[in-house]
Design a protein around this ligand. Structure first.
Ligand code: AMP
Length: 436
C-alpha cells in the first residue's frame, strides 16, 4: 500500500491518457471553431453566491456537492475570517454568466458564442463514470431567443459527436419546462398532484415538494419514480408561447434528422433552466444513468446576476464519460505521432556540442528523446531502441571536433556523416522519407 494516493473520486491522467484526451479536445475545438465559438476560461473557484441562487439552494449540487476553498490557517487570527466563502466550481454556466457581465460582453454584437473545457468538482459518491473531479466541455450562446438557436446549438453538439464517431450511438432526451409565465401553474399543478402521495416520496423529495415540485420528476428513487409515473406532463401545462417554441425546436431536429426522445420527466438538476431542456445519452442507456451531457435554455439567468434580460442557451458535456464511452466502443483515439529522434553523445565536449546542435534545429516535426546520464554508445542505442526512435544523432569526440554528426536510421541501420551546417536539411529529408 502506497503512503499517498490520489484522493477518492479523482484520478491521474498519464501521458498515454492525455494523448487520447487531446484527440477529443482537438475534435471538439475544430467543430466549435467552425461555428465561431470563442473559448473562455474562468477561475477554478468562485464566490459561493455565484452558484447558490442561480443553481438553486435546494438542488443536490448546492446542498451536498460543493467543495469549500479556504486558506489553511494553522494559527487562525481574526483577520483570517473571510467575509466571502469560496467554492470549487461545480459547473461552468454560472461563472460564464458572471464573466459575461463582469467584462461587458453584453455590449458585444449578439449573439455571443462561447465554449469552455476544464475541471469541475462535485462531492458525489464515486462510481463508474462519476468522479469528484471531472472535466466538462460546453457551449453557451447569449442574446438569442429563437427556437432556431436551440436547434443550432444541438446541431453543433451533434457535429461534435459525429466527429467523435458516436452520433449513431446516442439519443437526445428532450423536454420543455416552461418559463416564468407558465412556471407558477406548472409548479402548482405538480405540487397538488404530488401532495396526495407525499408519504410515498423519499425524504429529499418531501422536502423539495413545496419549493420545487418539478425536481421530484427526475428523482432516481424507485418509489418517487413510481409516484410520478402518471403525473401531469409539463409540456401540457406550458403556455402557448412555450409550446410553440418547443414545437419549432422539434421541427428543426426533424429536418436535421437528429434523433430525439420526448422525455416529459426531464427537468435537469439545476434551477436556472427555462423552456428547452435536453440530455445526451447512449441510446442503449435506457435507465438514463450515464448521460454524456446536458443543457437547455436559461433565459432568466443573466437577469438573476443583475444584468439586462438576455435569452441564452447552453450545453455541458462530461469529458471523462465521453472518453470512457469512446474507449468502451473501441473507437481509436490516435494522434499522429511525430518520429522520435534520439540524441546520443559521449564525452564532455560532445555533450556540450550536442545541446548547441539541438538548440539550432528549427521545427522540423520531430520529438526528441535524450538521456545525459547514460555513458557510452551501446547504452544510448539501447535506450533509443526502447523509446522507439526512428533516427539517432550521434556525436562523439571526433565528430565534435570536426563539426559533424552521424545520422543513423534505426529502421535499416544505415548511417550518414553530416556536417552540422547541413543537419536541418538532411533531417527534413529523412523525416519526410520515414513518414511517407
Ligand atoms: P450536468 O449539467 O450535471 O447534467 O452535467 C453535465 C455532464 O457532466 C453530465 O452529463 C456528465 O457527462 C458530466 N458529469 C456530471 N457530473 C459528473 C461526475 N460526478 N463525474 C463525471 N462526469 C460528470
Amino acid at each position: 500500500m502506497l503512503k499517498f494516493q490520489a484522493p477518492r473520486g479523482t484520478r491521474d491522467l498519464l501521458p498515454v491518457d492525455q494523448l487520447k484526451w487531446s484527440v477529443v479536445f482537438n475534435k471538439i475545438r475544430t467543430v466549435v471553431e467552425n461555428f465561431s465559438f470563442g473559448q473562455i476560461e474562468t477561475p477554478i473557484y468562485e464566490n459561493q453566491n455565484v452558484f447558490t441562487k442561480p443553481i438553486g439552494a435546494q438542488t443536490d449540487i448546492v446542498e451536498k456537492e460543493m467543495f469549500e476553498v479556504r486558506r489553511m490557517a494553522t494559527h487562525p487570527t481574526d483577520s483570517d475570517e473571510e467575509k466571502d466563502r469560496y467554492v470549487l466550481r461545480p459547473e461552468y454556466t454560472a461563472p460564464v454568466v458572471r464573466a459575461y457581465l463582469e467584462h461587458g460582453l453584453a455590449s458585444w454584437p449578439q449573439p455571443v458564442k462561447l465554449w469552455y473545457w476544464g475541471p469541475t468538482f462535485r462531492y458525489d459518491r464515486p462510481q463508474k463514470g462519476r468522479f469528484r473531479q471531472f472535466t466538462q466541455f460546453g457551449l453557451e450562446i447569449f442574446g438569442e431567443a429563437s427556437p432556431t438557436t436551440d436547434a443550432f446549438l444541438i446541431l453543433v453538439l451533434w457535429q461534435i459527436y459525429a466527429q467523435l464517431g458516436i452520433d449513431r450511438l446516442i439519443t437526445i432526451d428532450i423536454n420543455t419546462i416552461g418559463d416564468s409565465v407558465c412556471r407558477p401553474k406548472i409548479r402548482k399543478t405538480l405540487h397538488d398532484y404530488l401532495q396526495k402521495s407525499r408519504a410515498e416520496l423519499c425524504a429529499d423529495c418531501r422536502r423539495r415538494l413545496d419549493i420545487n415540485p418539478m425536481r421530484v420528476l427526475d428523482c432516481k428513487n424507485e418509489a418517487c419514480q413510481k409516484t410520478v409515473r402518471y403525473a401531469p406532463e409539463i409540456v401540457d401545462l406550458t403556455c402557448p408561447a412555450c409550446k410553440n417554441h418547443f414545437r419549432q425546436v422539434l421541427e428543426h431536429l426533424d429536418d436535421l434528422n437528429i434523433p430525439y426522445d420526448l422525455n416529459p420527466r426531464l427537468v435537469r438538476g439545476l434551477d436556472y433552466y427555462t423552456k428547452t431542456t435536453f440530455e445526451v445519452r447512449p441510446t442503449d442507456d435506457t435507465n438514463r444513468q450515464s448521460s454524456l451531457g446536458g443543457g437547455g435554455r436559461y433565459d432568466d439567468l443573466v437577469q438573476i446576476f443583475g444584468g439586462q434580460s438576455t435569452p441564452a442557451i447552453g450545453f455541458a458535456g462530461g469529458v471523462d464519460r465521453t472518453v470512457d464511452y469512446l474507449l468502451d466502443q473501441n473507437i481509436q483515439l490516435k494522434v499522429e505521432e511525430r518520429p522520435k529522434l534520439c540524441l546520443i553523445q559521449f564525452g564532455q565536449l560532445a555533450r556540450r556540442k550536442s545541446l548547441t546542435v539541438v538548440s539550432k534545429l528549427s521545427d522540423i516535426g520531430y520529438s526528441l528523446v535524450v538521456s545525459f546520464d547514460k555513458e557510452g554508445l551501446n547504452a544510448q542505442l539501447k535506450y533509443a531502441d526502447k523509446m522507439g526512435a526512428a533516427l539517432c544523432l550521434i556525436i562523439g569526440q571526433k565528430e565534435a571536433l570536426a563539426e559533424e554528426i552521424i545520422v543513423r536510421n534505426m529502421i535499416d541501420g544505415s548511417q550518414e556523416i553530416v556536417s552540422v551546417s547541413k543537419l536541418t536539411e538532411v533531417l527534413k529529408r529523412k523525416i519526410k522519407e520515414i513518414t511517407k
